[in-house]
Design a protein around this ligand. Structure first.
Ligand SMILES: Cc1cc2nc3c(=O)[nH]c(=O)nc-3n(C[C@H](O)[C@H](O)[C@H](O)COP(=O)(O)OP(=O)(O)OC[C@H]3O[C@@H](n4cnc5c(N)ncnc54)[C@H](O)[C@@H]3O)c2cc1C
Length: 385
């Protein structure tokens, strides 16, 4: 069987690797010349995503490219500790969450995919898809075409294939938050801890990436989507420093900034009703931009479930249906969680005080139980080539 994967990001590279595991001939077509660039600052992989990478034999390179983060601490705007929990895992899980620059994750996954025999063609932007009962053909902006049995669309939140499958599919909308992220040089930040401060103007994340390098991200709550055009790095930094001036630790981290990543706007979308036809299937953000620190982990799970279904089902059409049936309930549940998480980050002063109280009282009692469904998931076992 031959497959085309559209998009060489986290979902696309992992899907190519999973498809190679079950002996499928794979070509990734990626729009950008260098998708492993600096886009999106850092991402975290939770234990569910890491177990899926382990299934694909790709855990070690990803761990090596990132920072081991065993714990997550939540802080009030005033600097009081609200909760201290295992980061992205259950307390009994030995596999620690990994945080790494998105570009390095994509590079590690693409390397694993090519090592497994996948081809990657860059500078190939998909513009059209033609499906017949016998095959599917992808058309690219440069006029080239590729034909295969299966087309896996991993073309991200603004997916072209999603719209081609269903012109009425929901469009992502501004989620009321945007992220300014950067690198700071400072000592004294405890290693292995993902710190999240529920500040007056949105959540502030920081963690030690090495002895003196700190990665930070200000997730700024604003009902109006900011216009990024013409705003310089210095202006973003000044604006962010002003918004977090009342919080001591975030202020100190921002003041020690040596480099900023491009500002990212958060989007959310209603559940996408159509994920597949008989030969085309959506995975990753193309199917479900989830957020909640789980976008990368979910994309990786998708790839394994898809390959498992292709291996188990008698026809392609049946496999794509089985993939949809397996993934949809989990994704719908996660979309609700993501909405709740965004609500917590956008809270006003009164709601923030209530939340702080609730976090202090209930997180120690219920956090493990409430997150078990997320971290304990087994996406299936793959046969080897
Ligand atoms: C600021 C920020 C922080 C985040 N933090 C986290 C986190 O901590 N943990 C987490 O799990 N997730 C996080 N996410 C989400 C995570 O980055 C995404 O869920 C994940 O990257 C989705 O992977 P993907 O491969 O589906 O999409 P993408 O990473 O967007 O990749 C899509 C690829 O398809 C290519 N493409 C697009 N259109 C075409 C086309 N027409 N033809 C060919 N190629 C095309 C693109 O160039 C790109 O390479 C974060 C996102 C943002 C914005």
């Amino acid at each position: 069987m031959k497959a085309i994967v559209v998009g060489g990001g986290i979902a696309g590279a992992t899907a190519a690797l999973a498809l190679r595991h079950i002996g499928i001939d794979v070509t990734i077509h990626e729009a950008h010349e260098d998708p492993a660039g600096d886009i999106g600052s850092f991402v975290s992989l939770a234990s569910n995503g890491l177990h899926s990478l382990d299934t694909l034999g790709c855990l070690a390179p990803v761990q090596d490219a990132g920072v081991d983060i065993p714990r997550q601490r939540m802080w009030s705007a005033g600097g009081h500790l609200l909760a201290d929990v295992p980061r992205g895992r259950r307390s009994t899980e030995n596999l620690h969450s990994v945080t790494l620059l998105r570009g390095r994750l994509v590079a590690a996954l693409r390397q694993a995919a090519t090592d497994a025999g996948a081809r990657i063609v860059t500078g190939h932007k998909l513009v059209g898809v033609t499906e017949t009962p016998e095959s599917v053909t992808a058309e690219f902006a440069d006029g080239e075409r590729d034909t295969a049995d299966l087309l896996v669309a991993a073309d991200g939140i603004w997916s072209t294939v999603r719209r081609l499958l269903d012109a009425a599919s929901p469009r992502p909308e501004y989620a009321g938050l945007y992220a300014v992220s950067g690198l700071a040089t400072m000592d004294g930040v405890e290693p292995g801890v993902f710190n999240m401060t529920f500040a007056r103007n949105g959540a502030f994340i920081h963690l030690a990436a090495s002895d003196s390098e700190v990665w930070w991200q200000a997730q700024i709550a604003d009902p109006v989507q900011p216009d990024r055009a013409g705003v310089s790095e210095a202006q973003w930094l000044r604006r962010t420093a002003e918004l977090y001036q009342h919080e001591a630790v975030p202020s100190a981290v921002i003041a020690a900034t040596t480099r900023l990543h491009p500002t990212v706007i958060f989007h959310a979308a209603d559940p996408v009703p159509t994920w597949h036809s008989d030969r085309v299937v959506l995975i990753g953000d193309a199917a479900h931009p989830v957020g909640a620190g789980q976008g990368a982990s979910m994309a990786i799970e998708d790839a394994i479930v898809l390959a498992t279904a292709l291996q188990a089902e008698p026809t392609l059409a049946a496999a794509l249906k089985a993939y949809d049936a397996e993934r949809r309930p989990r994704i719908v549940k996660l979309l609700d969680t993501a909405e709740d998480n965004r609500g917590v980050k956008k809270a006003g002063p009164v709601k923030r005080r209530m939340q702080a109280l609730v976090m202090r009282m209930f997180v120690p009692l219920f956090y493990e139980k409430a997150t078990a469904w997320l971290y304990d998931y087994e996406p299936g076992k793959l046969g080897t080539r």
